[in-house]
Design a protein around this ligand. Structure first.
Ligand code: PMP
Length: 395
């Protein structure tokens, strides 16, 4: 499938129409992606005609739904090149990272980077790890030379964003894995922003844990996944107790189910799992490589339009993946966001849940445009027009 046919997918997203019926230039896909009709339909069926609980029912509808839920696990695991017994459904990337931070048995030192999302900082702090932080290169990438210099045998975990949600910088994950493993540490990748915009194969990356959320991958909110190597998941004790995660319960002693069920206490997000799998089908039907090219073209067009503007600062590397952060001199990002909203252009303005990165950049906030497979050059043009209007208003 080529880039043009990726663009023509726009009509499949009912959310891309503004309240006034006009096109809505949605440039906040890094926060959450709009949903294709196919995902909405799959969830609607699961919530309607197919609905029943999973794992417990003896009647056929429940048995059918259990098959659907476990097929969804297989589908999501396959999407990142993993095995189904290595794929835990969580509430999202945040819960997936918390699970590892709390349950990993050897909690010593974790090495993070300055560009991490709060969800890849705070869980490690709360769970009592000693946190070390590696710097960024001048163009906003995780500095892997610094990682190499900082790692010690006392580090048991390295946890890094595969793609930065603010700068769009892409990690050389394979090298990060080699570095972590060279001191005996494990590598957890926060794949939230990578799975929607590049092919991900956990085996090729050689990582140990991979966390991501369905809602950034054109799927529903309320569900995400933790992939982990089988032998590592096996060594993790349960972290939440309840139904479905047990083998045998008595008041004296309880034994637990094998992974992944061991980490899925309670009735799971059944309908969301079906939607998650449908989203994987949808993205695969387009071919991720064409999404990569498509978003790279949009990033190049936006950076190309903004670079000559002397009052605009661009953050992050030129080859950022689908995400462009910038500042317009004399206009607070929130004001810019409000002015753009009047033009049916939706961007994100703020610290993007990455306050330590804002401190590093020396700004309280940035404006951020982020693309999806449905974004097009008209969205870029509308954003550039809006920036020019904001400049005139604040002149
Ligand atoms: N990591 C990154 C890089 C993100 O962009 C986000 C969402 N903004 C998260 C983690 C957290 O994801 P969620 O809120 O879906 O758990």
């Amino acid at each position: 499938m080529n880039v043009m046919s990726a663009i023509s997918r726009k009509a499949e997203f009912p959310g891309l129409v503004g309240a006034d019926g006009q096109p809505w230039h949605y440039l906040d896909t890094a926060a959450t992606a709009q949903k294709p009709q196919m995902v909405i339909d799959a969830m609607s069926r699961a919530l309607g005609a197919d609905y029943a609980t999973v794992h417990r029912g003896v009647y056929s509808r429940s048995a059918q739904m259990t098959l659907g839920y476990e097929a969804a696990r297989r589908r999501v695991a396959a999407f990142i090149g993993g095995r189904e017994d290595e794929l835990v459904f969580t509430r999202g990337a945040t819960e997936a990272i918390n699970l590892v931070a709390y349950s990993y048995p050897d909690k010593r030192r974790v090495l993070l980077s300055q560009l991490e999302h709060h969800s890849n900082i705070v869980p490690w702090q709360l769970a009592g790890w000693q946190v070390d932080v590696c710097p960024l290169t001048t163009d906003g990438r995780i500095d892997l030379d610094a990682v190499e210099a900082m790692l010690t045998p006392d580090h048991t975990m390295v946890a890094l964003a595969h793609v930065s949600n603010v700068l769009g910088s892409v990690l050389d994950a394979r090298r990060a894995a080699d570095l972590a493993h060279s001191v005996g540490a494990k590598l957890l990748l926060d794949g939230c922003q990578a799975v929607p915009r590049m092919p991900v194969d956990v085996a090729a990356l050689d990582c140990d844990f991979y966390a991501f959320s369905a809602h950034k991958l054109y799927g529903p909110t309320g569900i995400g996944a933790l992939w982990g190597r089988a032998e590592l998941l096996d060594a993790l004790p349960p972290w939440q107790g309840g139904g479905s995660m047990i083998d045998r319960v008595t008041f004296e002693r309880t034994t637990y189910a094998l992974p992944p069920q061991r980490f899925e206490a309670g009735t799971p997000a059944i309908v969301e799992a079906i939607g998650f799998a449908a989203a994987c089908d949808y993205v695969d039907s387009i071919e991720v490589a064409s999404i990569v090219r498509h978003e790279a073209d949009l990033v190049a067009a936006l950076r190309g339009a903004l670079a000559p503007m002397s009052d605009v600062t661009l953050f992050g590397p030129e080859d950022s993946a689908g995400i462009v952060s910038f500042a317009l001199q004399g206009v607070h990002p929130h004001d810019l966001g409000t002015i753009l909203d009047e033009e049916n252009v939706a961007i994100r303005a703020g610290h993007h849940c990455a306050q330590p990165l804002m401190d590093t950049l020396g700004v309280p906030a940035t404006a951020r445009a982020s693309f999806g497979l449905y974004s097009d050059q008209a969205d870029v043009a509308a954003l550039v027009r809006g920036i020019e209007r904001a400049r005139r208003i604040f002149a």
